[in-house]
Design a protein around this ligand. Structure first.
Ligand SMILES: C[S@@+](CC[C@H](N)C(=O)[O-])C[C@H]1O[C@@H](n2cnc3c(N)ncnc32)[C@H](O)[C@@H]1O
Length: 210
């Protein structure tokens, strides 16, 4: 078993709120997350929000060409140490010469300047209180260049179970979050894909800033 799985699970047990998943995203989900980046033309700046153990990072790096850069932001210090080790030792994470990779141990809300051509986002928005969802999504869209693409993931069944079996407070929280996400989606969504080969199955949504 890949060492990232037990590490990820331990962090999930410690901090469900920020982790939001029991295991790292699959290779299939990683590939879906970077589907628009794979069609890039010319030099790009990429932001990865919630890099975890590197499921999306591993798919992003081979797509980058000399002059491109990636800022991979992750809040959890233990996961950042693990990912730093992977970046230094794992051939799957080896960038081409001339590609800049910055691994940043921080809250994504500290990304207060600069603009990106692609944002690959996997924070567990459904765990967060509505004002935080609003704050983070507003910031992400502000950090996206016109024409840039933002991809984010959302589990397909988990929300429904939570909604069915949660109390009125849980449902009100989920409704409020969904309304916020829908207001962004109504403005920006260009595509979505279901990835069934992931635990759990997941939607990937793509938003583009016109
Ligand atoms: C669902 S996991 C996804 C991890 C990884 N991208 C993957 O797909 O396997 C969410 C990740 O977002 C990180 N995270 C949560 N809130 C964050 C924040 N405000 N800023 C940066 N990272 C955050 C968590 O620590 C966790 O690693």
């Amino acid at each position: 078993m890949n060492a990232s799985v037990p590490l990820f699970f331990r962090q999930f047990q410690r901090d469900f709120f920020h982790m939001g998943a029991v295991m790292p995203s699959s290779r299939y989900l990683g590939q879906a997350g970077v589907a628009y980046l794979a069609r890039k033309q010319g030099p790009v700046r990429v932001l990865e929000a919630g890099a975890g153990t590197g499921s999306f990072t591993r798919e992003i790096i081979p797509l980058l060409e000399p002059g491109d850069s990636l800022d991979a932001v992750e809040l959890n210090t233990g996961l950042v140490s693990y990912l730093r080790h992977r970046l230094h030792t794992d051939v799957d994470f080896l960038p081409r010469p001339g590609v800049t990779i910055n691994l940043i141990n921080a809250d994504v809300r500290s990304v207060a300047s600069g603009q990106y051509d692609f944002i690959v986002f996997s924070l567990p928005l459904t765990n967060f209180p509505p004002p935080l969802v609003q704050e983070i999504l507003s910031l992400m869209m502000a950090r996206l260049k016109p024409g840039g693409v933002f991809s984010y993931v959302k589990y397909i069944f988990i929300g429904r179970f939570k909604y069915l079996f949660g109390g009125p407070q849980v449902r009100a929280h989920m409704d409020a979050n969904q309304a916020i996400i829908q207001s962004f989606a109504g403005r920006y969504q260009i595509d979505r894909r279901a990835v069934l080969r992931n635990v759990p199955p997941t939607w990937v949504y793509y938003w583009q800033k016109q």
